[in-house]
Ligand binder design. Structure first.
Ligand SMILES: Nc1ncnc2c1ncn2[C@@H]1O[C@H](COP(=O)(O)OP(=O)(O)OP(=O)(O)O)[C@@H](O)[C@H]1O
Length: 641
């Protein structure tokens, strides 16, 4: 079989996407070179899995593993006829021969060729360009020195963080470091004080600037932006009470809104020649930002503006290509600061950077601009959610095994073994979890004036108990569990046992952006009737007002109503995927791990699930060994930043 025929077979089996095959066919027509065509198809396929490039040497070492082929659940009868990844790779030639052939191919030559080679890696040109924009943009920001006068900074830090004591305050260090250049990252797990620090950083930057700075706050999703606004709103009065006054920033907005989406176009309104009007851009939940968005942010920054990224580097990366924050923070746990920088930080903070964290030449240059916050103020690192999150993040399974086997008593965290999803005990658990929601649902006020606040209560109630799942399909997938939960919870109302698409009390998640309706992917709503004789309507939070509203002003909660017929892409949200839960927190978070292992079960996924919990976390899993295997698997995203 010819190489292209093998690829066609993979496509017919559903192993690769139409877009991957079409690119391979296009390159084949344009170059008549099978090697270039197959590599183009594989590069596109890897992109669909979140990798901005195909790492040839890596892939050649273990093609099945690197390409995750054949897929876990390949039901196509054609599968038996498909050539193995190992066979296809071997027939392409050695990595050196393939790279040489690609270098001489029309597929990589000229400004408009579809592929680019960089070292041992192959990129689709667009994604190579995104990485270049980020690399060059960040390099420029990092090189722009803005080191303030030490005698001015030192007292400011003391005023904001108190007198230095013997315990190193990474928050103080983060604030100091961010004043030195136009780029910085503050990373840390939940409750480590990223918001606490950034509010003080805003105060510091305003105090150091001769004129008021235009500071913008943004996040990748509407939910994350709303949470950022809330966290900052809660933190501001504490500072103001201690006598520190500074102009409050506007409410956080989504990155899409900030950059200005345009109908039917990937391009934003703000870019290199029409930059944003701001002096400081602070991006929260930066782990969710993919390479394309990061390139757009960097391009749209006006000259002289500062970029500050906040986020948890250990969380799942965006489903789109690239794990930007993870790559920029490579090595942040160990820390690495140049001695000259460490000395300066020591002088302005009154505390010393540990010797082990001082190195003349760090392998990752971004680390000079990264501070990792290490102490959670919300969770106790020694027990409960904090301990579990820590052990999972460190991929330590001995404590986990003890907990899963019931040997350890633990507060806040519960392990609930469930063999099959239909189990009565599981049903009762779910019914208990949604009991308050269901009760509220059955208590619709008679007075029309109270309807909006009742709907707001219901929307708030949906953040009290949330089931998160790892996979979409199968008994433990989001689709089947949502159906099951709906039938359990609404058994009486749905007498025939059939679920209509729209029914009273259905909680929904919007699954795509619709700018004409002002709804965003990830927005949560609930289907209600404002009165018995009224049609069903979807209640949603009214979106934040962006630039018109200041964080210092009290939050005006409002609900808006849409007819279901206007919403074309929604899902029920009794359960949601861990990916969709990023940027949100729930009082009681339940993570459901399927009964069989799969490559999507990773420590990043489990960690992200656990850290969505504010007060209680329940792990539902049929087999503890699947959880352990997941914790031992890391996501390796190839990228060139
Ligand atoms: N140095 C500190 N002194 C006193 N309180 C602090 C300090 N740092 C943080 N806190 C408090 O700890 C809580 C968590 O901090 P914060 O919300 O800033 O964390 P975070 O990293 O932004 O959390 P997340 O992103 O998970 O919401 C807040 O109530 C904050 O006021």
């Amino acid at each position: 079989m010819k190489l292209m025929e093998s690829l066609e077979k993979w496509y017919a089996c559903g192993w690769i996407r139409a877009i991957d095959m079409n690119l391979a066919r296009y390159v084949m027509r344009a170059t008549e070179d099978e090697v270039s065509a197959v590599i183009a198809g594989l590069t596109s396929y890897q992109l669909g899995r979140g990798h901005p490039r195909l790492d040839v040497s890596n892939c050649w070492q273990d093609p099945e593993q690197v390409l995750a082929l054949p897929p876990e659940h390949s039901f196509s009868p054609l599968t038996r006829e498909a050539t193995s990844p190992h066979d296809v790779i071997t027939r392409l030639g050695t990595p050196e021969a393939v790279l040489k052939q690609l270098t001489n191919s029309a597929a990589t030559q000229g400004e408009d060729s579809p592929l680019v080679i960089a070292g041992n890696c192959v990129y689709l040109r667009r994604y190579w360009r995104y990485e270049q924009v980020i690399k060059h943009g960040l390099a420029q920001l990092m090189q722009t020195e803005t080191t303030p006068n030490e005698d001015r900074l030192r007292p400011l830090l003391t005023q904001l963080f108190g007198e230095p004591d013997s315990t190193i305050s990474w928050q103080r260090m983060a604030c100091a470091l961010a004043t030195r250049s136009l780029f910085s990252i503050i990373t840390g797990g939940p409750g480590t004080g990223k918001t606490y620090t950034v509010v003080r950083l805003i105060a510091t930057l305003q105090a150091l600037s001769p004129q008021p700075l235009r500071i913008k706050l943004a996040a990748p999703t509407g939910k994350a932006a709303a949470r950022m606004t809330e966290s900052i709103r809660a933190e501001l009065p504490k500072l103001n009470q201690s006598g520190i006054q500074f102009p409050a920033p506007d409410e956080a907005t989504t990155l899409h809104r900030l950059l200005g989406t345009q109908p039917h176009s990937r391009a934003f309104r703000h870019h290199r020649t029409n930059p944003l009007a701001l002096d400081v851009l602070i991006v929260d939940e930066a782990s969710m930002v993919d390479v394309e968005m990061m390139a757009a942010i960097v391009e749209a920054l006006p000259s002289g503006a500062r970029l500050i990224l906040l986020g948890d580097k250990d969380q799942l990366a965006s489903v789109e290509a690239g794990a930007v924050l993870g790559q920029l923070c490579r090595g942040a746990d160990a820390g690495s600061y140049a001695p000259e920088l460490a000395a300066w930080l020591g002088r302005v903070s009154g505390q010393s950077i540990p010797k082990a964290m001082q190195q003349a030449a760090a392998s990752n240059p971004y680390l000079q601009h990264v501070v990792m916050l290490r102490t959670s103020r919300r969770f106790n690192a020694e027990e409960g959610i904090g301990k579990l999150a820590h052990e999972v993040n460190q991929q330590q399974t001995s404590w986990l095994q003890k907990w899963l086997s019931g040997e350890l008593e633990a507060n806040e965290i519960h392990y609930f073994p469930v063999r099959v999803a239909g189990e009565q005990r599981f049903r009762q658990f779910i019914e208990r979890g949604f009991a308050d929601y269901m009760k509220l649902l059955s208590n619709r006020p008679d007075n029309a004036a109270d309807i909006d606040s009742w709907a707001a209560q219901l929307l708030t109630q949906l953040t009290e108990f949330q089931v998160l799942v790892a996979v979409r399909e199968g008994e433990w997938g989001v689709r089947e569990l949502n159906q099951k939960f709906a039938l359990w919870l609404h058994a009486e109302a749905l007498r025939g046992g059939v679920l209509p698409t729209w029914y009273y009390g259905r909680p929904i998640m919007i699954t795509h952006n619709d700018y004409s309706l002002n709804v965003r992917n990830g927005d949560i709503g609930v289907v209600l009737q404002r009165a018995a004789d009224e049609p069903l309507r979807v209640a949603l939070w009214s979106e934040t007002k962006g630039a018109e509203s200041r964080v210092a002003e009290p939050k005006a909660t409002s609900v808006r109503w849409l007819l279901p017929s206007r919403l074309t892409q929604v899902e029920s949200v009794y359960a949601m995927t861990v990916h969709k839960s990023q940027g949100s927190e729930f009082k009681h978070t339940v993570l459901v791990v399927p009964d069989r292992d799969s490559p999507v079960l990773t420590k990043e996924l489990v960690y992200t699930g656990i850290t969505r919990a504010k007060q209680q976390f329940t792990l539902v899993a049929a087999a503890p060994e699947v959880v352990e295997t997941a914790v031992l698997r890391r996501i390796e995203r190839s990228g060139g930043l």
